[in-house]
Each structure stands twice: as structure tokens, then as C-alpha cells.
Design a protein around this ligand. Structure first.
Ligand code: 13P
Length: 256
């Protein structure tokens, strides 16, 4: 079975609820592509109004983080059932901004991944290297380690439902994305790593996205790579350009 493409927007810390609804309403007609799953991962306060705004469409709403406990004295955190009770389908876990600014690490990512599956939330699990690590030649080793720890104790039935996002840190928000061959190389290495852990069937089914300065000009080439199943889009998901990324298959480029 061919993997369905997915394009998810990560709004990061942008958009008041009012602005969020207005942006969603602008984007709904632009993100229609029956071959692509579309989701917006929005700030938690925007979740409920955004869910209202996407009612009747096939757009999913996700959170950008979630805690690995059920409830209790964890000031400032959000629990899985708070998300599922209102209809959240996805959660981004282990984004590099959470790792670098909020002390997230591979172990906490793993706990959150396990908890997300317990609650039937699809995790979008992020991994990626710094420029220094790339220059040191350790990109693939590092990514394999991030993936192996994130998936520790995750069953094959759950693993195949996960979404992985390869986001090289040097490509995030810089306007300089990875070249298609660089993105494809790492996404393939991730799929090979999943195959090593779970075998061929899970590796064929799991979706691997690329993220880092995805825009309307590079989406077509990136999303046509054999191991890239879509994009996790930051800055461009706040603009009408997001519609062009979702419709990457209709963009005409020199290569088609
Ligand atoms: P940009 O698309 O703004 O580079 O951000 C990518 C990202 O971090 C998505 O999670």
C-alpha cells in the first residue's frame, strides 16, 4: 500500500485564537488535495477554536507538545486526555526548539511517544542534527540514535502509525533548506533504521517528513523523493503559500 503524503504546519508560538481562526478560514480552500493529509499543529490555546473552524473538512489539528504523565502537579504542562477530549489527533514531539530551549531529550521524547500511543494520538517525532554535527560527519549516527531511543518499547503496530520528521536544525527558519539529496539520504537512513528495528512492513508503512525551510519553490522536489512522505512546515504554514506546498504535485518546475 502506497504511503499517503502528509503536510503539517507547525505554527510554533504564533497566532492569537482570533488570528488563528482567520488564518484557518483563509487556508481551508487552498489546502484541498485528496492525495495529501493536512494538519495544523497550533498553540494549545488555539486548539479548540481551530477544531471548530476545520469542522466538516479533513484537516487535522495537532498540539506542539504534551506531557508524559496523566495529570497532577506539573505546572504549565498539558495532559494527553486534555488533547484527545477535544479531538486533537496529532502531537509534535521532540522538536529541536523544545530540545534546545526546554531541555527535552531522547528519553523524555520516548516517554511522550509511549504516552501518545496509549491515548491514540499520532506522534510526529522530530529528529535532526546541528550544523556542527553534520560537519563532524555524525549525522546518520546521531539520527539513528534519536530514532532508536524515541521508539524504545514502541510496538510494531504503533510504530507503523507514527510520523517521523527529519528536521536538520541548520535548515530551520534559515531560508536555506537541505538539498533534496541531503534530505533524501537522511530520510532513507531513518527508514533503514526502522526496518532494522521492526522489519520491512513497518518500514514501508511509516511516514517520514522533511522539515526546514520548506516553501512553495522547493516542496515539489523534496516531496517527490522516494523516502520523503511530506513536510513539516514552519514559517510558510502561516501564509497562503502553505496551499501551494500541500498542492506540491501540481507545481510545475524545471524537473517536470
Ligand atoms: P521552518 O519551515 O520555518 O524552517 O520551520 C521548520 C520547523 O521547525 C517545523 O517544525
Amino acid at each position: 500500500m502506497a504511503r499517503r503524503k502528509m503536510v503539517a504546519g507547525n505554527w510554533k508560538m504564533n497566532m492569537t485564537p482570533e488570528n488563528a481562526v482567520s488564518l484557518i478560514k483563509t487556508l481551508i480552500p487552498l489546502v484541498q488535495n485528496e492525495d495529501v493529509d493536512v494538519a495544523f499543529c497550533v498553540p494549545d490555546l488555539d486548539i479548540i477554536p481551530c477544531l471548530e473552524a476545520v469542522k466538516g473538512t479533513n484537516i487535522g489539528i495537532g498540539s506542539q507538545n504534551m506531557y508524559f504523565e496523566e495529570k497532577g502537579a506539573f505546572t504549565g504542562e498539558i495532559a494527553p486526555d486534555m488533547l484527545t477530549s477535544v479531538g486533537v489527533e496529532y502531537v509534535i514531539l521532540g522538536h529541536s526548539e523544545r530540545r534546545s530551549f526546554f531541555a527535552e531529550n531522547d528519553e523524555t521524547v520516548n516517554k511522550k511517544v509511549l504516552k501518545a500511543f496509549e491515548h491514540n494520538i499520532t506522534p510526529i517525532i522530530c529528529c535532526g542534527e546541528t550544523l556542527k554535527q553534520r560537519k563532524q560527519g555524525i549525522t546518520l549516527d546521531l539520527i539513528r540514535m534519536q530514532i532508536k531511543i524515541a521508539f524504545y518499547n514502541v510496538s510494531p503496530e504503533n510504530a507503523k502509525k507514527a510520523v517521523i520528521a527529519y528536521e536538520p536544525i541548520w535548515a530551520i527558519g534559515t531560508g536555506v533548506g537541505a538539498r533534496t539529496d541531503q534530505a533524501q539520504e537522511v530520510c532513507k537512513a531513518i527508514r533503514d533504521c526502522i526496518e532494522e528495528i521492526y522489519g520491512d512492513l513497518v518500514a514501508k508503512e511509516i511516514r517520514i517528513l522533511y522539515g526546514g525551510s520548506v516553501n512553495a519553490s522547493n516542496a515539489h522536489d523534496l516531496l517527490n523523493q522516494p523516502d520523503i512522505d511530506g513536510g513539516l512546515v514552519g514559517g510558510a504554514s502561516l501564509k497562503v503559500d502553505f496551499g501551494k506546498i500541500v498542492n506540491y504535485d501540481k507545481i510545475q518546475t524545471e524537473s517536470n
